[in-house]
Design a binder for this molecule. Structure first.
Ligand code: ADP
Ligand code: MG
Length: 247
């Protein structure tokens, strides 16, 4: 097997906080159009892995290759430009702006200050905003102030703000926490659609939700992989039941 088809290839990745290895010699691969879910107990290192990929945390050692680019040598905005989008646990939207304006602000404006100054609300930009709003169930709420949206709708808006940048790798940290059952179902449908055009990494605790979306599940414990495979495989793995599902 070659690893040239992997969008993301993490090898021997390690980071320590005060001598404690939060991520410990991790090897993790994500294919094109794969939706991989990372589960594991609190403190397993799940969020830290995303922090390392997006450049928020610097690795002590190891490699993170995205389409052949070594991300450990790059800073956050370069990693975003390379095509990695990351959603944090709490939505970072502009509460006092409309849904439309939030999406417009996130539209890629080119690489230079000049590009940003020249930015115009062209028909192309508008149609892209409508397309994304439709995808994230907010088409009827474009003029609504973002602060008035439900918690779930705010999460969808932030996903939309990432999608409008068309990342090749999208990473979501506990996207359905605090969502209603119906919103969870809609989010699962949304993720099943968006992974047709990109790779997705999701961290999640809700096993019903994981079952609906995961192509592959990776179980992390103390910064290491304890099990990996299909949902059925990891759910029946004695090690996983011991460290995570049994609790
Ligand atoms: P998870 O997302 O799986 O719950 P985290 O990745 O948030 O776990 O945390 C893994 C461990 O690393 C925890 O013990 C946490 O306290 C520690 N940790 C995470 N980020 C930092 C940081 N920036 N500084 C110090 N310790 C951290
Ligand atoms: Mg976390």
């Amino acid at each position: 097997m070659t690893n040239t088809d992997f969008v993301l290839a993490i090898e021997d990745l390690t980071v320590s906080f005060d001598g404690f290895k939060a991520v410990d010699g991790l090897n993790l691969y994500v294919d094109k159009n794969e939706l991989q879910v990372v589960i594991g107990p609190n403190g397993a290192g799940k969020t830290t892995v995303l922090d390392l990929i997006c450049g928020k945390t610097k690795a002590a050692s190891g490699s993170i290759k995205f389409k052949g680019l070594e991300l450990t040598n790059m800073v956050e905005h370069q990693i975003v430009r390379a095509g990695v989008g990351r959603k944090f646990q709490t939505p970072s939207i502009y509460e006092n702006l409309s849904v439309f304006d939030n999406l417009e602000i996130s539209y890629p404006k080119g690489r230079t200050v000049f590009g940003a100054l020249m930015f115009k609300r062209t028909p192309e930009v508008k149609s892209r905003i409508h397309e994304i709003a439709d995808m994230v169930y907010l088409a009827d709420l474009l003029t609504t102030e973002a602060g008035l949206l439900s918690h779930g709708q705010k999460q969808w808006l932030e996903i939309g703000m990432l999608l409008i940048q068309d990342p090749e790798l999208l990473m979501l940290d506990e996207p359905v926490a605090g969502m209603s059952v119906r919103e969870r179902e809609q989010t699962a449908e949304l993720l099943n659609r968006i992974c047709k055009d990109r790779s997705v990494i999701v961290i999640e605790h809700d096993m019903e939700f994981v079952k609906r979306i995961a192509h592959k599940v990776t179980v992390l414990h103390q910064g290491k992989i304890v099990s990996q495979g299909t949902m059925d495989h990891v759910q029946s793995d004695a090690r996983v039941i011991e460290v995570y599902l049994g609790h």
